[in-house]
Design a protein around this ligand. Sequence first.
Ligand code: PLP
Length: 392
Amino acid sequence: MTTKDAGFNTKLVHAGAMHDPLGSAVTPIYQTSTFAFHDAQEGADRFAGKAEGYIYTRLGNPTIRALEDCVAELEGGCGGVATSSGMGAVSTAYISLLGHGAHVVSTAAVYGPSRRLLEEHFSRFGVTASFVDTSEIQNIEKALRPETQVLYVETPANPSMQVTDLEAAASIAHAHGALLVVDNTFASPYLQQPLRLGADVVLHSVTKFINGHADVVGGILVAREKPLLGRLRAVMIATGCNMDPHQAFLVHRGLKTLALRLDRAQASAHSIATWLEKRPEVAWVRYVGLPSHPQHELARKQMRGFGAMISFELVGGLEAGRRLMNRVRLATLAVSLGGVETLIEHPASMTHAGIPREEREKAGITDGLVRYSVGIEAVDDLIDDLEQALTG
Ligand SMILES: *Cc1c(COP(=O)(O)O)cnc(C)c1O
């Protein structure tokens, strides 16, 4: 069926589903590396792009295709390219869109490895990058250079929760002849659709909210227009960071409940953030849904909801944060986010340890900051857990 004009929840369940001649209700797992041709001419025609059909799983596979088509429709793009991991999607975007001597302007509080990939590896090929607080639009304008080819924005950013104005970012990038790439992992397409606000490419670590069950690592890119999609796909194929059919099946299964999971998780996140803000042990809380968040109004404008990620710092700083992480019983002390289970972690010593302290602080990541990814457990149980950990 076509889901082009359907509601978001209908798309979640039906978009991308393949028509299976045997009538399977969900897209089956095509666990095959290669696809037989009926004859030599058909093989030649498929390679030449003259005939539809699959060739080899690194180039494409029906199970992977179903997921790509579904996410592309959710994001409002022309097509998707699934990758082995979220970093596979980030590196595919960089390789596809940057040339020798190119400059990138990126959100300072970007996912640590997305920053290190530019600083430690792309720098060897003459690529330079500036990391600025993109929540202040004039910082982007100041950082642009004649050779800036990509504006790379993560919003809400990890874990500072800073929100960047995507419409403004797109118009600045385009006026400068650069492309806007958005890491939409924290929001997911349910809460934010950057392509509709002017972005050229949107990417995800599907490991997080899209799969939502902490049992798969994967990534995806969606492009607004065909020529860009073709470049992304060509690089994914050339570098071999394709998704696997079984991985795609699991991610697609998890994706169908994205809205249900997020509705619950973000309602709980709102209650928990409000509760935390009133606690004497807590110095500050950063949650996009709280009126105290500096870009709360902007988030209200460009997002459908405020998500399930909270950052906070205890009055006792780093030591108090460590104690809290060791004392929680229901929340799991682990990196990653966006799953049905609640996770807690310490960015300065874990996910963002590779970023120098001074740079971390510029990106709003203080040593005492604790990151909390709210799952779908009963909210009272999560609050009880935090309370016993804070006061125990
Ligand atoms: C986890 C994450 C990534 C990297 O994804 P992997 O699936 O771990 O490779 C990229 N961006 C953000 C915002 C993330 O949270």
